[in-house]
Design a protein around this ligand. Structure first.
Ligand SMILES: *[C@@H]1O[C@H](CO)[C@@H](O)[C@H](O)[C@H]1NC(C)=O
Ligand SMILES: *[C@@H]1O[C@H](CO)[C@@H](O)[C@H](O)[C@H]1NC(C)=O
Ligand SMILES: *[C@@H]1O[C@H](CO)[C@@H](O)[C@H](O)[C@H]1NC(C)=O
Ligand SMILES: *[C@@H]1O[C@H](CO)[C@@H](O)[C@H](O)[C@H]1NC(C)=O
Ligand SMILES: *[C@@H]1O[C@H](CO)[C@@H](O)[C@H](O)[C@H]1NC(C)=O
Ligand SMILES: *[C@@H]1O[C@H](CO)[C@@H](O)[C@H](O)[C@H]1NC(C)=O
Length: 727
């Protein structure tokens, strides 16, 4: 094919998708649009398909134009030029930030000082410095962040959202450090099953440095494309079999890759306990680094405003908790990040400074063969669609005069049935690619919208209403992003920095390495599991297609292990940490239900629990002054909400209402605050939107299997422009 038919834009690479210039006003308008769409807080299974390799070359038109001038590929070269070191050595990078590559043992049972041949991991770190005044040069302990996944990049999240996080949490003087867990993005070696060193290599030992990542990325893309049309496990009679076969074939590839490196392969050392141990290494390295900064006081702690005796102290009459964070972990984990944080707390309870764990994963479920418990509140989240639509009445496109809630739910279902029999097809105007929209697409889209209902439900209603009314032209515009838009440059042109190729198997490898009880089931048994999950969730077909990915995965975790249901450190007793943990769950979260937050909080002495009374994944999915106040109080003054008592139904814990919900946006104009407060509130909502937006870009597992679903951000952009025309 002649290259001109690709309509490539030479700047159209992944680089600009991941890395936006920190703050340029010229992108302002686009930001406003994105801020809304990207609140799909995307953790656990995210959807921003442009982060999967298909996205690398399946570029999306709308963004191409808007973002092209944001390309700054050289910044990756900046990072690549950093020599890894066992001490923290910060280098200027990405204009306003500092980066480091911290060398740690790949296998903590084989420390680096024992032999120079022991394998290493180089952790990619980015420092977003707080505003330090006077002689203060650094925070006592950095705020480490993990945006979820597993497989999400904390590095790129901090790069995009670090400043906003400081503002949102009211700690502008706090240093924020984003790091990529093992196997991911900027941390090397990567968990990459597709890239191999060339056969003809003269050196005797294979090395990840010799791997052909361009070829590997292309193979990953081809394999993903070949599975695009299968859909979810209930999309056809053969879908489950096909998906399972592909999963097993991929597992075999990973095994082949693993065998190449013997005991030194990264795939054996990416499990969550190893990453938790790395976080301890980061804290230790930070401590060592700050001790080299001259002048007392060289470091500043989180500003503690209360006296120690006022701090929440142990219910068993134990000693009060020290607010000091020196040498301790200060951490904000979302979704899978809660699993990482809780694992750290379990392994190193006396090294806990502050842990905010939001969108809580049930650790016992996570290590089980099929993590079905996470669907507990999926129905509840979806059911709220019809309720909110009804409440919004005419402002909801799917609403009709005289409707009851059930009428809206029925209309939705009728559209689904209709689409099952009459899928839509069209030709994408710009790329001249064939495109389709089926019942399966609609189910994926709907499930996706459950992550951020506040923003997404009105758009979902618009899509479904267009389907219902047969307004196909509008619909096609809404779905335009569904058609891929190829850019061969990253594969056929000169290779880019390895760090700019996003797709890899990190999410898969972490998820499967953490399985204490591996999954290796026959098809009939999987069918049964599916039926049983269907009793719990209306979206069992979508969800089951994701949690299946570890079937037949044969690589054993050889690094640190941590068995949640049998931990030698604490048995079944709650764990006493050096500072109580703060857990946050939404009342209805499609993938991390409230009951998991309650259960996890009870595993830790004095841990606080906040229930945010809203729908969506993680508390960020809806604005809540109350939740934000608690987080600020926890970080700034060490105030911990009370430990939950009782169970779902009759239990007691802190509840926070949200100010915004579907069809009721919350901003300055709707704020009840006045004057200064109103301005502060406007700022807070802006930073919240920014954090939501950056979180929406995090690459997480599940993306590859869903790359055929249009991106939310396009839906939002079109929705906005259509509404604009209407009014
Ligand atoms: C390696 O370092 C650890 C602590 O970092 C120390 O306990 C150990 O003795 C050292 N081993 C050798 C062989 O130097
Ligand atoms: C190995 O083969 C590749 C092409 O497959 C070639 O580009 C490269 O020069 C070869 N390297 C050696 C050391 O022969
Ligand atoms: C699902 O629920 C139905 C009806 O309650 C029950 O008959 C069936 O055994 C359940 N299936 C599974 C696999 O749990
Ligand atoms: C699976 O699909 C069939 C129709 O193809 C449908 O009858 C059945 O209810 C679906 N099962 C679930 C659990 O969605
Ligand atoms: C969730 O919805 C499905 C499909 O409507 C239903 O079969 C199931 O019983 C519901 N589960 C719960 C726990 O409400
Ligand atoms: C899965 O089970 C089959 C036998 O049922 C076995 O041959 C195979 O090795 C198992 N695979 C893994 C990865 O454990």
């Amino acid at each position: 094919m002649n290259s001109t038919t690709y309509r490539t834009n030479e700047k159209n690479t992944l680089v600009w998708r991941e890395i936006e210039p920190p703050d340029t006003t010229k992108h302002h308008r686009r930001r406003v649009l994105l801020a809304k769409g990207l609140s799909i807080a995307a953790v656990l299974f995210l959807w921003w398909s442009y982060h999967s390799v298909p996205g690398l070359i399946g570029c999306r038109k709308t963004e191409t134009v808007a973002d092209a001038d944001g390309v700054e590929g050289y910044r990756f070269d900046d990072f690549e030029s950093i020599t890894p070191s066992e001490k923290l050595e910060w280098h200027k990078c990405f204009t306003a930030f500092r980066c480091a590559r911290l060398t740690v043992p790949m296998d903590y049972n084989r420390p680096l000082n024992a032999s120079k041949d022991n394998p290493r991991v180089h952790i990619g770190l980015i420092l977003v410095p707080g505003i330090h005044t006077g002689s203060e040069k650094a925070s006592k302990s950095p705020l480490l962040i993990n945006p979820g996944g597993p497989g999400g990049s904390g590095f790129t999240f901090a790069l995009g959202a670090g400043r906003a996080i400081q503002q949102l949490f009211g700690v502008p003087d706090q240093d924020v450090v984003g790091f990529d867990p093992r196997g991911i993005m900027m941390t090397t070696p990567r968990a990459d099953c597709y890239s191999f060193p060339p056969d003809n290599l003269s050196s005797s030992l294979p090395s990840p440095d010799d791997e052909d990542y361009v070829q590997g990325s292309f193979h990953r893309f081809l394999w993903a494309q070949s599975g695009r049309e299968i859909g979810f496990i209930n999309s056809s009679d053969v879908a489950l079999q096909k998906l399972d076969t592909r999963i097993r074939a991929t597992a075999k590839l990973c095994q082949t890759k693993d065998e190449l490196y013997g005991d030194d392969g990264i795939l054996q050392y990416v499990s969550t306990p190893n990453v938790a141990r790395d976080m301890l290494s980061i804290v230790d390295a930070w401590d060592e680094w700050t001790s080299t900064l001259s002048n007392e006081p060289a470091v500043c702690d989180l500003p503690v405003k209360v006296k120690e005796e006022e701090l929440h102290s142990s219910a068993d009459g134990g000693i009060p908790y020290s607010p000091d964070t020196k040498g301790k972990l200060v951490f904000w984990g979302l979704s899978y990040g809660t699993m990482l944080g809780a694992t750290f707390a379990s392994l190193f309870p006396d090294r806990v400074g502050r842990l905010i764990l939001d969108g809580v994963v049930d650790a016992d479920g996570f290590v089980g063969p099929l993590w079905t418990e996470s669907s507990w509140d999926t129905n509840k989240t979806f059911d709220s669609f019809a309720t909110y639509c009804h409440k919004a009445a005419k402002r909801c496109d799917l609403y009709q005069d005289g409707d009851e809630v059930q009428d809206i739910a029925n209309r939705f279902q009728a559209v689904e049935m209709k689409l099952r029999n009459e899928p839509l097809t069209w030709i994408d105007e710009q790329s001249k690619m064939p495109a389709s929209f089926t019942n399966t697409h609609l189910r994926g889209l709907t499930f996706q919208s459950l992550y951020g209902p506040t923003i997404m439900f009105p758009i979902l209603a618009s899509v479904v209403s267009n389907l219902h009314e047969g307004i196909i032209d509008e619909l096609i515009k809404q779905l335009a992003g569904n058609s891929p838009y190829f850019n061969s440059q990253p594969f056929c042109g000169a290779p880019l920095s390895r760090f700019s190729y996003p797709g890899d198997e990190a999410g898969l490898a972490v998820m499967c390495s953490d399985k204490r009880h591996p999954l290796n089931e026959s098809l009939p048994n999987l069918e049964k599991e599916f039926e049983s999950l269907s009793n719990m969730s209306y979206f069992s077909d979508v969800y089951m297609s994701f949690i299946l990915i570890c079937d037949g995965y044969g690589i054993k975790n050889k690094g640190l292990t941590m068995d949640w249901d049998d931990n030698p450190a604490h048995g079944s007793e709650p764990i006493r940490t050096s500072f109580p943990i703060l857990f946050i769950s939404n009342s209805a979260d499609p993938v991390t239900p409230l009951h998991a937050g309650l259960k996890m909080a009870k595993k830790f002495v004095d841990a606080g629990l906040i229930e945010q009374k809203s729908e969506g994944h993680c508390s960020l999915s809806a604005p809540s002054r109350c939740t934000n106040d608690w987080i600020q109080g926890y970080l700034k003054t060490g105030i911990v909400p009370p430990h939950p008592v009782g169970d779902l139904g009759d239990g007691k814990w802190v509840e926070c209402r949200a100010e915004g919900y579907p069809w009721k946006s919350y901003g300055a104009e709707s704020s009840e605050a006045q004057g200064e407060d109103a301005r502060a509130e406007t700022e807070r909502i802006k930073t919240l939107n920014k954090v939501q937006q950056e979180l929406g870009k995090v690459k997480l597992w599940g993306t590859q299997s869903l790359d055929w679903i249009p991106t939310m951000q396009e839906l939002v952009a079109v929705y906005e422009s259509q509404n604009h025309r209407r009014h």
